[in-house]
Design a protein around this ligand. Sequence first.
Ligand SMILES: NC(=O)c1ccc[n+]([C@@H]2O[C@H](COP(=O)([O-])OP(=O)(O)OC[C@H]3O[C@@H](n4cnc5c(N)ncnc54)[C@H](O)[C@@H]3O)[C@@H](O)[C@H]2O)c1
Length: 447
Amino acid sequence: MTTTAQTAAHDIRDPGLAAEGRRRTEWAERSMPVLRQLRERFARERPLAGRRVSACLHVTTETANLAVTLKGGGADVALCGSNPLSTQDDVAAHLVKDHGIKVFAIKGEDHPTYYEHIRAALAHRPDVTMDDGADLVGALHMIALNRLDDLARPVRKWVETLAVADRKALVGGVLGSTEETTTGVIRLKAMARDGVLQFPVVAVNDSDTKHLFDNRYGTGQSTLDGILRATNLLIAGSTVVVAGYGWCGRGFAMRARGAGANVLVTEIDPLKALEAQMDGYRVATMAEAARVGDVFVTLTGNVDVIRVEHMRAMKDGAVLANSGHFNVEIALEGLKQVAQGPTRVREFVDEWRLDGKRIFVLADGRLINLAAAEGHPASVMDMSFANQALAAEFVVQQAKSLTKDVHRIPRELDAEIARLKLQAMGVTIDRLTPEQQKYLTSWEQGT
Ligand SMILES: NC(=O)c1ccc[n+]([C@@H]2O[C@H](COP(=O)([O-])OP(=O)(O)OC[C@H]3O[C@@H](n4cnc5c(N)ncnc54)[C@H](O)[C@@H]3O)[C@@H](O)[C@H]2O)c1
C-alpha cells in the first residue's frame, strides 16, 4: 500500500499508534483481492474526483482499505465510527497519519462524543454518505424534516447554528447514500414507504455478494470469536441459544454447532423456524430456551428479544451476548432495574446478580464480534466493501436518474464481484454451452 504523510482534521485516540495500524491494515489487504482490483481501477479512472464522502462505518482494518480505495478514486473522505466500541484506535491513527483521511472515532467513546463525531462527518458536507446502521442518514432526515428535538445534543446544537437555507443545502447536497447492514436497510425502506426519503440510497446489504457471505460466514465466525475472546468458555457440550435464524443467525448457529454446542434456535417467522428445525437444530420459544441455555446470542435486528422474565428463568452463570446491530436486543435497562451490579469480572464481561443467580452480559450488549474481537475476517469484507466502493461510484454516476428510493447495485456488478472473488481463489467454473443457453431460454423442448 502506498502512503503519503499528511495531517488532517481528526479526533482519534493516539496518532502514535499509526505504525501498528498500518501493519494490520496491510495484513487485511492481502485478503482483499477484489477491493484491490477496484482500487487500481479507481486510481486510474478517478470516478469520485472532487466528491466528498462521509462514512459512518466500524473503523477496522478492512474499512481502512475501503477508505483508501475511495480516496484513491478521488474522494475527500471523512470517517466516523458506527459503534462506540468497534473502533480500532491504531487503524484510525494510520488513516489520519498516512493517508490524510479525516477520522473521528475513539474506541469506548461516550454517547456525546459518538454524536460529536457524527456531527463532524456531517459538517464535512458530503456528496455521498456511507452508513452502517443509518445514523448519518437518520440525522440528515431529522434535519430535513426539522425534527431537531430528535437529534442527539451535539448534532442539534450544531444544526441550530445553521441558517435554514444552509440546512437545506446540507441535505440537498447529498447525491445519495449507501447502507451496509440489514438494520439500516429496514429503516431506509420504512423512510421510503413513508415518502420521506430525501435522496436515493443503495442497499449494499441487498447484494448477494454481501449478505450471503458477510452476514452468514462473517458474523458466524466473528461472533463465536468475540464470545471466545471475551470469556474463554468451552463451547463443546454447552447449550447455545441463537435468537434469530436470518443470515447472521444461520451463520452463527452453524459455527456454534461446529464447535460442539447443542444449538437451540428461537424465531418469530414460521418459515425460518422450519428451516432451522430441518437444518437439525432444536427450535423453541425464548421462555423455554431460557431455562436450558448456557450462552444466549441475539442476532435479530429487533428489540427486547431477551427480557427480564427470560433472565429470571435462566440458570446461574448464563452468558448473554448480542451480535445484532444495536444494543437493544437484550433488555439491559430492565435488568438494571431489578438486578445488582454490574461487577466487571473480565474485560467485556459484566456480572449481574438477579434472584441470587449470576447473569453475565458481554460488551454491554453491543456487537460482540466488533467489541471483543476484530469484526469479520478481511476475506469476507473484501466483497462487502467492493460493493460499497461500486455503490459509491454508482451513486455518483447515476445521481440524476436514480429515484428517491432504496436501490441495489445492478445484478451484473454483484455477479462480477463473485466472479472476481472466485478468480482470486483460483476456482474456475463451467460455462453454458450454446445448446444449454438455448435450452434454458426456450420452452419448446420437453422429454
Ligand atoms: N455482527 C455483525 O457484524 C453483523 C453483520 C451483519 C448484520 N448484522 C446485524 O444483525 C442483525 C440480523 O441481520 P440478518 O442479516 O441476519 O437479518 P435477517 O432479517 O436475515 O434475520 C433476522 C431474523 O431475526 C428474526 N427475528 C426477529 N425478531 C425476532 C425475535 N423477537 N425472536 C427471534 N427471532 C426474531 C427474523 O424473523 C429473522 O429471521 C441486524 O441487526 C443486522 O444489521 C450484524
